[in-house]
Design a protein around this ligand. Structure first.
Ligand SMILES: [Zn+2]
Length: 106
């Protein structure tokens, strides 16, 4: 089974586009579409119609970004890094930072 380079809950840095060099937490991952939603990044405005409980107006929401536009952020390196995979003695597969070698999955 292949493993995702980016997972929900990861801290990532945007490396392309409008929010370049900003970091945030991954809210969701769409493996089929290769897209991620990152908290408070790639915000788009949605106009909502007045409804029962609100007067309508403009709602800001995160739009999905292509996974190639983000890199995992390593707290130890304090920067965006490339991710590697390694198999542990118990056969579990974990991600590690290719810069400092720190294991990223527990
Ligand atoms: Zn690192």
């Amino acid at each position: 089974m292949s493993m995702a380079r980016i997972k929900k809950g990861d801290k990532v840095m945007v490396i392309a586009g409008r929010d370049r060099d900003k970091a945030g937490k991954v809210k969701s991952v769409d493996l089929k579409k290769n897209r991620v939603v990152v908290e408070k990044l790639n915000m788009v405005k949605r106009h909502t119609k007045p409804g029962m409980n609100s007067g309508g107006g403009i709602l800001e929401k995160e739009a999905p970004m292509h996974v190639s536009n983000v890199m995992l952020f390593c707290d130890k390196c304090d920067r965006a890094v490339r991710v590697g995979f390694r198999v542990l003695a118990d056969q579990s597969k974990v991600r590690y930072c290719r810069r400092c070698n720190e294991q990223l999955d527990k």
